[in-house]
Design a binder for this molecule. Sequence first.
Ligand SMILES: Nc1ncnc2c1ncn2[C@@H]1O[C@H](COP(=O)(O)OP(=O)(O)O)[C@@H](O)[C@H]1O
Ligand SMILES: [Mg+2]
Length: 249
Amino acid sequence: MAEPVLVLEALSKSFGALKVTDGVSLAVAPGELHALIGPNGAGKTTLVHQISGMLTPDAGTIRFRGQDVTAFNAEKRARHGLARTFQITSTIASLSALENVALGVQAKAGHPLSFFRNAASDERLNRPARAALDAVGLSERAHVPAGSLSHGEKRALEIAMALALEPAAILLDEPLAGVGKEEGERLIGLLKSLKGRYAMLLVEHDMEAVFALADTVSVLVYGRVIASGDPAAVRADPAVREAYLGEEG
Ligand SMILES: Nc1ncnc2c1ncn2[C@@H]1O[C@H](COP(=O)(O)OP(=O)(O)O)[C@@H](O)[C@H]1O
Ligand SMILES: [Mg+2]
C-alpha cells in the first residue's frame, strides 16, 4: 500500500473534564476517501479541527506528507496542501463565486488579504479559480454573489475553494448538511468525481452517501475509534450497530 498522506497517532483532546478525542489513530492513503461517522457529539468536528490546525491536541501527533505538522498553524498546513471545508458555510456573501475562490488562490500564494483589491482582474488568480469552479460544476455561476447561491451551490463553492489550494488532502465536515435531496445527490456525484485524485476525510451523517462513496469507514464514539475498515465490514460490526441503536432507536 502507498505511504499514507495523513496519519494521526494517539491524538487526544479534552475540554475541561470532557475527553472529546481519546487516543485516536488513523491513516488516510493518497486518493483514499475515508469516511468518519459517529453519533452527534462523538467528537468528529473537534477531530477535524485538530487536523486542520484550528485546535491544538493535548497529546499525539499529526503527520502529513511524511512531516510532523502537529505544531503548524492552520495557514501553514493549508500551504502544505491540507485543505478543509467547514460544517458551517464560510464563503463571503457579497463577493462573487469566482472572487471567493480567487481569494483562496491568493491565500495559497501567501499574499495579504489587502492585495485583493488589485487581484480581482489578476489572471494568475482567476485562471486557477475558474478551473476550480469548473471542477465543481459552477462555471455558469462564477459571477453570482456567493450569498445568492443555493445551499448546495455554496457547498460546491467551498469545495472549489479547497481545490484551488491544489491540496493533497481535503477535510470535509458534513458537506451535505442542510442540503436538499436533489442537490445532495449532485454533491455526492461531485465527491465521486474527485475520488482517487485527493485523499479525503469525510465527516458525514448521510449513511447512504457514506456507503456509496467511502473506501474506508471509521466510526467514532465518545472520542474513540470503535471500528475502522472496509464499509461492508464496518456496517456489519456489532459494536457499530449497538452505537447507532441509541441514536436511531
Ligand atoms: N470548544 C468547546 N468547549 C467545550 N466543549 C466542546 C467544545 N467544542 C465541542 N465541545 C463538546 O465536545 C463534544 C464533541 O463535539 P463535536 O466535536 O462538535 O462532535 P460532533 O462533530 O461529532 O457532533 C460535544 O460534547 C461538544 O459539546
Ligand atoms: Mg460536527
